[in-house]
Design a protein around this ligand. Structure first.
Ligand code: C2E
Ligand code: MG
Ligand code: MG
Ligand code: MG
Length: 276
């Protein structure tokens, strides 16, 4: 069936026709194979501090599909999230990311690496121990690790998630709330969730400088974060004007304006080879 679906359409799991279950089954099968056969790759995208200086990178997974070519996570993460597959995937990405971090630390580079963790992975039973084991195995200093979680779904097991976050934080691991502002009652959750960083969703940044509503949202998030002493990072910065807007407000930044996600070797070449 793969052939007649064409292109990346097969990953459109929202497909409403009768073959939807079949697609999901197929993608799950192929993803398991992808994990075994190393078809996945970690891309990196720079994150900058409020002065525009390099602070670290976020790891964004890519799938080199043998037939369909390079596939973006938006097309397969939702399928992986339906089963324990997501945990395998997240841990694989985490292990690679910790190897990158360890390498930077050996070169005396004080950088962070941000890794996306699905709520399902965070909720898994031995998550805390497994993260600590992975840090140790990579020989990394845990202070450089930032785990990005999406607040919307953590809510399913809020107290359990908070407990795990706190346990890892005592070891120096930082947490960031991804896509902030898109969830339901976001501002109340940051009161509960122990996080060092909020990532303002790119949909708000897209409205800068035209949209008064988006700017008002950003300003109110900043007010709350400032009072709670939580760092704010703006996602999806694409223009010099947006970059300036964010810097003026002491936000960290990430987006195509600064860097496009790229393979680890290319990223190190672009960001680390000409200084230090
Ligand atoms: P995210 O964590 O919110 O990542 C930001 C997404 O925005 C990335 O898409 C990134 O490539 C894209 N982006 C960065 N800068 C810009 C910009 O200036 N403009 C625009 N329009 N987009 C920008 P990507 O790589 O396709 O990843 C999509 C989502 O997939 C991520 O959203 C994250 O939720 C998820 N994801 C990626 N890797 C992993 C992973 O290893 N594990 C899990 N659980 N989820 C992952
Ligand atoms: Mg993220
Ligand atoms: Mg995001
Ligand atoms: Mg996202």
């Amino acid at each position: 069936t793969a052939k007649d679906l064409g292109g990346n359409q097969i990953f459109n799991y929202r497909h409403e026709d009768g073959r939807r279950a079949e697609y999901i089954f197929l993608i799950e099968h192929e993803l398991r194979e992808a994990l075994r056969e190393e078809q996945l790759e970690c891309y990196l995208q720079a994150q900058v501090d409020e002065t525009g200086a390099l602070a670290g990178a976020e790891t964004l997974v890519r799938w080199h599909h043998p037939v369909r070519g390079l596939v973006s996570p938006g097309d397969f993460i939702p399928v992986a999230e339906r089963s324990d597959l997501i945990k395998q995937l997240d841990m694989w990405v985490l292990e690679r990311s910790l190897e990158f971090l360890s390498g930077w630390q050996q070169q005396q580079r004080d950088l962070t690496i941000a890794v996306n963790i699905s709520p399902r992975t965070l909720r898994s039973k031995h998550f805390v121990t497994e993260v600590l084991t992975a840090i140790e195995r990579a020989g990394a200093n845990s202070c450089g690790l930032v785990l990005e979680i999406t607040e919307g779904l953590v809510v399913e097991d809020l107290s359990g998630s908070i407990e795990k976050m706190k346990a890892l934080q005592t070891h120096g691991v930082q947490f960031s709330i991804d896509d902030f502002g898109t969830g339901y009652s976001s501002l109340t959750y940051i009161r509960e969730l122990p996080a060092q960083e909020l990532k303002i969703d790119q949909s708000f940044i897209r409205g800068v400088p035209e949209s008064k509503a988006d700017i008002a949202m950003i300003e109110s998030i900043l007010t709350v974060a400032k009072n709670l002493r939580i760092r704010v990072l703006a996602e999806g910065i694409e223009t010099a004007e947006q970059a300036e807007f964010c810097k003026q407000r002491n936000m960290w930044g990430q987006g195509y304006y600064y860097d496009k996600p790229k393979p680890h070797a290319d990223w190190c070449e672009a960001w680390l080879s000409h200084e230090g």
